[in-house]
Ligand binder design. Structure first.
Ligand code: MLT
Length: 265
């Protein structure tokens, strides 16, 4: 693990391998370890980088609201510090929201895109209220309460039945998140804008991935992104829920590797 100071915070990250840069942005309330398997399989061919987004993992926690724009600006400042001008960017869920914010503001830095288990639309009013309740729950009751509430929605029933080690790994990531960081991310996600209008403007190769049993960002959200991003590819992963890269790693990794290799060969 390395750390760099940018924009008044310390960003913890992994930087492995050599070759074209591929950046992985984790979901909520996870950390860079979400991408452990992808880092391992891709680092013989690529320079694979994964930060802990602000408020998560070993990156600084800034109370308040951590907006998607703020996180995208952190990622760009971190890439600047590493002198990386262009990267493939792969974001899962909240990481996808950050990826879209990054595309809007810093399009020239994105060589190609992977949008995994995410969506372009903003929250409904009800969704925003629920995020505030979750933020307060994290602060008052801690992350075990958040994990208990989220886990049934994060993973597919088949993962619960057949892969308790995956459920344990997801739970461990949640428990390691600072409640103040989680609350800030919830408040930041509640403020996020609708990015639907950006989708037809995306002119880099894009892969959209979603677990067929994703309850949090259902398949229909990915189908919409696929329809609006010209030339994009959609992969629906059988037997996966919201954390598709952990739940069906073989399929996820094959699809991801094929896409990235095709972009750089
Ligand atoms: C995530 O996995 O990042 C979150 O579930 C996204 C969200 O809460 O919208």
């Amino acid at each position: 693990m390395s750390k760099v100071s940018v924009r008044g915070i310390e960003i913890a990250y992994v930087d492995a391998g050599v070759g074209p840069a591929v950046v992985f942005l984790h979901g909520f309330p996870f950390n860079r370890s979400l991408w452990r398997d992808q880092i391992e399989i891709l680092s013989p061919h690529f320079r694979v980088l994964a930060p802990d987004l602000r408020g998560h993992g070993e990156t600084s926690v800034v109370p308040g609201a951590a907006t998607m724009e703020e996180m995208a600006a952190d990622v760009i400042a971190w890439l600047d510090a590493l002198e990386i001008s262009e990267a493939a960017v792969c974001g899962l869920s909240m990481g996808g929201y950050v990826t879209l914010a990054l595309c809007r503001e810093f399009r020239s830095r994105v060589r190609c895109l992977v949008l995994a288990d995410t969506r372009a639309v903003a929250d409904t009013e009800e969704g925003k209220q629920s995020r505030e309740q979750q933020a307060q729950k994290a602060l008052q009751e801690g992350m075990a309460a958040i994990a208990d509430g989220m886990l049934p929605k994060l993973v597919a029933p088949v993962t619960v039945a057949k892969h308790p080690e995956v459920v344990a790994r997801v739970r461990e990531m949640i428990l390691k998140t600072d409640p103040a960081g989680a609350a800030a991310a919830q408040r930041g996600m509640a403020q996020r804008r609708d990015q639907t209008d950006l989708l037809p403007q995306i002119n880099v190769p894009t892969l959209v991935i979603v677990g067929e049993n994703d309850q949090l960002t259902p398949v229909a959200e990915s189908e919409t992104m696929h329809r609006l991003i010209a030339g994009s590819r959609l992969e629906i992963i059988a037997g996966a829920g919201h954390v598709s890269n952990l739940e069906q790693p073989e399929t996820f990794n094959r699809v991801l590797r094929d896409f990235l290799v095709s972009q750089y060969s």
